[in-house]
Design a protein around this ligand. Structure first.
Ligand code: NAI
Ligand code: MG
Length: 490
């Protein structure tokens, strides 16, 4: 291991673009300031890559596919990822500190993210040589077999909410299958992905197999989505940009996976175990300050239980505290002033419309004034047609709503454009399973809720939440095409 990846200083993160295993100055030489969300201070800078950098990165990836990376066995690829997981674990503290500073999230959440990043590398490292094709009974005198082949060059556009985890989830799976990757991390938080590129190099990844061009979405991001040399795209972010990425993919006749957020429900039936459910409910809306695609944003409560739940939220929610990453409380600041404005607008509208504020958490009095601070809030009952019931806030704002019976619970859970995750809480096992299976989401929990959790668990949306799956074995199939071979031997 070289000393670079042990160095905790953010200033040691390059302000170049990572192409062919080297940092180079971006084509324009332009950079973007990196701001700490907890203080508003600029603490380092990153490259502002453009279409020329993307073109160089795609060309490097293509060369790698045609040279040593394309020649490696699946086992060799897996070993590189496994070694990278070990290096991430060795650099755990430094990476976690960097993630906390860059995103503003509490230190223990950043630590969990880095552990998850290592797990992605470990999981896909182990999985690389375990995706086997089939033989298919066919006509007499024929033998048919299938294999999974990489697309070639994959483009990855990731958001700022979980930079390290997003890197692990999308890059590890694609590399495991043998693709060469071009990554465009988010301008608002991308320091750990830049370090992770160096860690993969250190683990033995050949030049060009992974290239990274930080920069603005409308420049580097749009150029990557539209580049005709990219064979498949993976995007996580807003529905608006997701649609633009899908149009760009269509124009090049390539596929894409889109993960576009949600308005995920947690359903509390009257026989739910509230002592187990409520801490999970509160965590699922405050984790990462609610800036989580799978945040549990709608709490659907059976009418007979509504008064009790409201009372308990009134008692327990005010303890939730936003504080500096180092203080390691329930949540940190929001990512940037624009996101803060967005969340404040939702709250202002709810207040103006007379939606009752059930409870409000607090902001630690010691926080820096320049940070993007907001206290978590729970509103309810929220009418079913209110923006707070329908739109993704992407902040620590819980919408409490009520339902009459099982059929109403299912209808209400599905009464959304989104379909990412859901939680069902009931001591009646049959009911919980019956309900869970009728909710149009990609992932549903019974008597549990795992916002973002589970490397092994296929994850992705239905409806406006997007399509395609990352995580688990499913991701490997997403990053590969089935090739069927028909052999006639009569
Ligand atoms: P965004 O969708 O603009 O950003 C996500 C990624 O796309 C970033 O890397 C960005 O640079 C890139 N991008 C932006 N414009 C692009 C373009 N024209 N072509 C290609 N790539 C482009 O999300 P943003 O603006 O950061 O956040 C806005 C809202 O999106 C949030 O309030 C939230 O509701 C949602 N969001 C959802 C996420 C999720 O995990 N599903 C993550 C981040 C945001
Ligand atoms: Mg944007």
């Amino acid at each position: 291991m070289n000393l670079q990846s042990q160095n905790p200083s953010p200033a040691a993160v390059s302000d170049g673009v990572f192409i062919d295993n080297e940092w180079r100055a971006s084509a324009s030489g332009a950079t973007l300031d990196v701001v700490a969300p907890a203080t508003g201070e600029v603490f380092t800078r990153i490259a502002a890559g453009n279409a020329d950098d993307i073109a160089a990165a795609v060309a490097a990836a293509r060369r790698a596919r045609e040279a040593d990376w394309g020649q490696m066995t699946a086992t060799q690829r897996g070993r590189i990822l496994t070694r990278a997981a070990e290096i991430v674990n060795r650099c755990h503290d430094q990476l976690a500190a960097l993630e906390a500073r860059d995103t503003g999230k509490p230190l223990s959440q950043a630590q969990a993210d880095i552990a998850a990043t290592a797990r992605y590398l470990e999981f896909y490292g182990g999985a690389a040589d375990k995706l086997h094709g089939d033989t298919i009974p066919f006509l007499p005198g024929h033998f048919v077999t299938t294999e999974y082949v990489p697309f070639g060059v994959t483009g990855h556009i990731i958001p700022w909410n979980y930079p390290a985890q997003m890197f692990g989830r999308t890059i590890a799976a694609s590399l495991a299958m043998g693709n060469a990757c071009v990554l465009k991390p988010a301008e608002d938080a991308c320091l750990t992905p830049l370090r992770l590129c160096e860690i993969l190099r250190e683990a033995g990844l050949p030049a060009g197999a992974l290239n990274c061009v930080p920069g603005r979405g409308d420049q580097a991001g749009a150029a990557l989505a539209a580049h005709p040399g990219v064979d498949f795209l993976s995007f996580t972010g807003s529905p608006e940009i997701g649609a633009a990425v899908q149009v760009a993919a269509a124009q090049n006749h390539v596929g894409c996976t889109l993960e576009l957020g949600g308005k995920s429900p947690q359903i509390l039936f009257e026989d739910a175990d509230l002592d187990r459910a409520l801490p999970v409910v509160m965590k699922a809306i405050t984790q990462n300050a609610g800036q989580t695609c799978s945040a549990g944003a709608r709490l659907l409560v059976q009418e007979s239980l509504l008064a009790t739940v409201t009372q308990r939220l009134r008692a327990e929610f005010p303890g939730l505290t936003a504080a500096d990453p180092e203080s390691d409380r329930d949540l940190g600041p929001l990512i940037n002033p624009r996101q803060l404005d967005r969340v404040r607008r939702f709250c202002a509208q709810a207040d103006a419309d007379g939606i009752p504020l059930i409870a409000e958490g607090r902001i630690d009095p010691g926080v820096a004034t320049g940070g993007n601070w907001i206290a978590p809030r729970a509103y309810g009952p929220v009418p079913r047609d209110h923006p707070l019931a329908r739109q993704e806030v992407f902040g620590p704002v819980l919408s409490v709503m009520s339902f009459a019976d099982e059929a109403d619970a299912i209808a209400l859970a599905n009464d959304t454009e989104y379909g990412l995750v859901a939680g069902v809480w009931s001591r009646d096992g049959s009911r919980a399973i019956r309900v869970a299976r009728q909710i149009l989401v990609g992932q549903v929990f019974v008597n549990a809720y795992g916002a973002g959790g589970g490397i092994e668990l296929p994850f992705g949306g239905m409806k406006k939440s997007g399509h395609g799956r990352e995580k688990g074995f499913d991701a490997l199939y997403e990053f590969a095409a089935t090739r069927t071979m028909v052999i006639r031997h009569d």
